[in-house]
Design a protein around this ligand. Sequence first.
Ligand code: ATP
Length: 238
Amino acid sequence: MSSPILELRDVDVFYGPIQALKKVSLKIHAGETVSLIGANGAGKSTLLMSIFGQPRVTSGQIIYEGEDISRRSPHYIASNGIAQSPEGRRVFPDMSVEENLLMGTIPVGMEHADKDMERMFQLFPRLKERRNQRAMTMSGGEQQMLAIARALMSRPKILLLDEPSLGLAPIVVKQIFQTLRDLASEGMTLFLVEQNANHALKLSDRSYVMVTGEIRMTGTGQELLEDPQVRAAYLGGH
Ligand code: ATP
């Protein structure tokens, strides 16, 4: 297989005396959909945020396209092709849908903004209907769509998603995951952090299971869906 587009090698992260990530290693290849599942507080968000340099890794490396980016600025990382749709959506509440999308172009400039915005409206027709609406007045699902679309406006090579299903109704979760599936089938590389193991594993080519800051298990989405331990711990034993 080709070399990974993104790789974590033996990454440790501390918050003061607390070790949140313990020798975490994982690989994502171009075109793959990879997920990280785990319970509340396992360290999933920390891992995703550490890719953007906040928090800084205490030791280990984050290799993106062959370069260690663990000491690089978030702007450098974003302008070189990594985008993030953060947990809790964090859209700009007072800005309209269009304005939020334009903010997504900051790492790369406005050159393709109009065309890319039309593309986002194809991907998320709901956002088109609401293009002039302020983000704070939109539903949770619409804000999640906006957060993903805004991340895509920087034309990333890899999209990191922190819990896109969080707090959303099942029907909305289904729509969001269908869109992620469409993006993946067009060749987008996705790295997804999720507590919703069922959806995440069904979407993923490969997945990692994190327990208290450590990677405990890895396999294809299908293998983990069928694994008795994973089923008992993350799929409600079904
Ligand atoms: P959740 O799904 O609940 O967001 P998570 O798997 O994303 O959980 P993290 O948010 O990465 O987990 O948290 C991992 C551990 O690090 C937890 O014990 C948490 O309390 C701790 N932690 C997270 N952020 C900080 C911080 N800024 N300062 C101190 N400890 C933190």
